[in-house]
Ligand binder design. Sequence first.
Ligand code: GDP
Ligand code: IMO
Ligand code: MG
Length: 435
Amino acid sequence: MPSLSVFGAQWGDEGKGKIIDLLARGADVVVRYQGGANAGHTVVVGGTKYVMHLIPSGILHSEKINVIGNGVALDPLALFAEIDELTGRGVKIDGTNLRLSSGAHVIFEHHRRIDHAAERWRGVGRIGTTGRGIGPCYADKAARTGLRLADLLEPERCRVRLTAALAEKNALLRDVHGEEPLDLDQQLSRYMALGERLKPYVGDTGAEVRSAYREGKLVLFEGAQGAMLDLDHGTYPYVTSSSTGTDGIAPGAGFPARWIERVLGIAKAYCTRVGEGPFPSEDKGPEGDRIREQGREFGATTGRPRRCGWFDAPQMRYTLELNGADGWIMTNLDVLSGFERIKVGVGYRMGSKRYREWPASLASFEGLEVDFEELQGWNDDITAVREYAELPRAAREYVEWVEDRVGVPIVMLSVGPERDQIIPRRDAPQFHVLA
Ligand code: GDP
Ligand code: IMO
Ligand code: MG
């Protein structure tokens, strides 16, 4: 009865979508348990690109069940835009292969408006959010003023709760942010109609997933964002508003933590970050620009250029340990081809203080500098390599050096965006059943 957690081990965009799509072949159920349409998970099949925001990345396998758990902040407008776009491209989506938790909190238009307004309000302290209403929705969840999908399905209940919520949010929009308030009747009719359309998909997905697991089905949990954006353990306050790693599964999917058997982190062979906030191994010079060009590093959700830098070994040790990872997958190794020297972060400095591990207890990570070591690069294009032994020697040395520094086995390498551009590590057999 296996279950597998796959999470982003850096600042998001590690290639989770590609890996989930690949692993979904061996799974029965794929579950999103946190985040929302702030995610952009890219899957490329035969040159055709799909970007999933809310829908789990197992959806391209029509016989698999895809679940959006109660911990997701669900924007019904974004969901139906995604369903319409995918079904328009021939993907099968209905209430049998896409299941939504009745407990998932709803993102309303006021959440998106407040997300943008709060960013303007923060000024130089802005987070650089995706503007998808994530933070304001989770804030309402914690304040117990939010509405869940179950509320949308009951018109009278929806009317009462949305009327109360909008009274407060309109005052905030008008009096604090100087914006036009939203029209209550318009919002009510829009979201009640969406509730009607959601009905066939909604159920007690926690019970559905637990029962599938008890029947011996393989359950795959798809993390969104990355561990360094985690609300508790990331670079606060420059984080997202959910638990992005394995510890988000129990509350966000209704799946007992002790039933999670295997944990896999995903990380690029270098590092990227979108939005504001500390990124110690960032390279603001020509080499960072070159990584962005070679890796086509532009956001899958907002199209923003991603900040680029080097692999940070202590940062990875930190996030893999926090999540109890048994192994990890290194993606985008092909992007480093052509660099004469490749840098890897091995420690930090702040003024005269030195740190060998990620200094999680600092109030601020601004000014944290990285000590780098340099490794030999390689020139060959490696996108067609499928066997580890066929990689150039310098590429293997890079992989093994990083693996040794991180201390957790690399179970696969990804060398291109396509499904089949993957290199298994033959000495990590426990994961082969999934690939
Ligand atoms: P996610 O949010 O973790 O799913 O990652 P994104 O989809 O936002 O960003 C990853 C980008 O890298 C996408 O454009 C993928 O198609 C692409 N990608 C994934 N794996 C590889 C790889 O091994 N090599 C290259 N060159 N691109 C990859
Ligand atoms: P995937 O799942 C990269 C970043 C935003 C911002 C911060 C808070 O594709 O890896 P939010 O809208 O969540 O309140 O923004 O988090 N962020 C991401 N960065 N990949 C993502 O998702 C992200 N989701 C949010 O850029 O810095
Ligand atoms: Mg992404």
